[in-house]
Design a protein around this ligand. Structure first.
Ligand code: ADP
Ligand code: DP6
Ligand code: CO
Length: 361
């Protein structure tokens, strides 16, 4: 280590988008390693929209590991943060910054402390996958700082130990989290199915119904479902394996009709599992249900579906439009049913602002 001076700080900043599952992960077979009971598939959002920005810094003057989330200090004592930090430190390599005259040897990383500052540009713990963007960004930034040699898939297996859905945010496009078979979780990792350029007609519109923190975190919600829902067992064993194959096929062929049917059905089944848990868990609210109705009626009035909807563990709608024209029509419809300043919808986040012009706004 450049032991002579204690004044240096080395830091890395990274930005990671969130991802939304179209075939949902809900239920763990191992709580500590975060191993799921089924495969899942997601789409990663545009990094310019919903994303986490994390800066990780190391300095010999830091006395302990510390972290700030959205400008407030949080405790790093939880198992998830500790597991990620341990896995990364174990793989750390030599780092040299000649300009600053800093050299950190592999073995020094165990003695150095970290300061981490992370910021989500969207609601945290509100069902828009902040844990996914957050832990993926943390692992990615630390891996850069400590010069890890692991590839994205291996890093995804570390991010998974922070939050399951995080393993899928290390890639763009459509991503599959393979549940794996190994007890130690070494084969439970993410792979990219197609990159972001492959099916670029799709437009994702997020309708923010509520930014409030949810009452039941994803972690405790799925724990209750695993303990009490028979529907979840059936879903994981019988339904999801077939849907995964169908969804992979739909994505490969850019087949929007199958994609929309599978996405909507899987979201609805996930929320049915929540209802089937004891006590039942309600993530969606009346506004979410109205949005489902609007999309269903519209899809049924056309020859083929125009929009897919999916809701994570929260009331906020993620709407995936077939193309730009459909996205513009979708926004017009939403504004008709939820006029500006209505209490039911807070805001929209859309992939490309020029769509608002197409929608005449
Ligand atoms: P969400 O639906 O937003 O993913 P979860 O209940 O799954 O909600 O997870 C929320 C938790 O994820 C937060 O309470 C926090 O512990 C963690 N988290 C959120 N954002 C970050 C971040 N940027 N960095 C690290 N951890 C984060
Ligand atoms: C409904 O990944 O947030 O968003 O692994 O306990 O951190 P933990 O849970 P998390 O659960 C996500 C659940 C979901 C579906 C999905 O993203 O696949
Ligand atoms: Co989450």
């Amino acid at each position: 280590m450049a032991g002579e001076s204690r004044n240096w700080v080395l830091m890395v900043t990274a930005q990671t988008p969130t991802n939304i599952a179209v075939i949902k992960y809900w239920g763990k077979r191992d709580e500590n390693l975060i191993l799921p009971i089924n495969d899942s598939i997601s789409v990663t959002l545009d990094p310019n929209h919903l994303c986490t920005t994390t800066t990780v810094a190391v300095s010999p003057s830091f006395k302990q590991d510390r972290m700030w989330l959205n400008r407030k200090e949080i405790s790093l004592s939880g198992g998830r943060y500790q597991n990620c930090l341990r896995e990364i430190r174990n793989r750390a390599c030599d780092v040299e910054d000649k300009k600053k005259g800093i050299k950190i040897l592999k073995e020094d990383w165990g003695k150095l402390h970290l300061h981490i500052a992370s910021y989500n540009n969207f609601p945290t713990a509100a069902g828009l996958a902040s844990s996914a963007a957050g832990f993926a960004c943390l692992v990615f930034a630390l891996a850069k700082l400590m010069n890890l040699k692991e590839d994205q898939s291996q890093l995804s297996a570390i991010a998974r130990q922070g939050s399951g859905s995080a393993c899928r945010s290390l890639y763009g496009g459509f991503v599959k989290w393979i549940m794996g078979k190994e007890e130690n979780g070494s084969d439970s990792l993410a792979v990219q199915l197609t990159d972001e350029k492959q099916w670029d007609d799709l437009v994702i519109v997020i309708a923010v119904v509520s930014s409030r923190q949810k009452e039941t975190s994803s972690t405790s919600g799925m724990r209750e479902s695993v303990k009490t829902s028979l529907l979840l067992q059936h879903r994981a064993k019988e339904i999801v394996p077939k849907r995964i194959l169908q969804m992979e096929e739909a994505i490969k062929n850019c087949d929007f009709t199958s994609f929309a049917q599978l996405t909507c059905a899987d979201s609805n089944q996930f929320h049915a599992v929540c209802m089937d848990s004891c006590p039942p868990i309600f993530y969606m609210n009346d506004t979410s249900h109205r949005i489902i109705n609007i999309a269903e009626k519209w899809n049924r009035s056309e020859e083929t579906p125009q929009v897919a909807y999916t809701f994570d563990a929260g009331p906020n709608a993620v709407l995936i439009a077939r193309n730009r024209q459909t996205a513009a029509l979708l926004i017009q419809r939403l504004l008709y049913y939820f006029p500006p300043n209505s209490d039911d919808l807070n805001s929209y986040v859309i992939g490309d602002k020029s769509i608002l012009q197409d929608a005449g706004l």
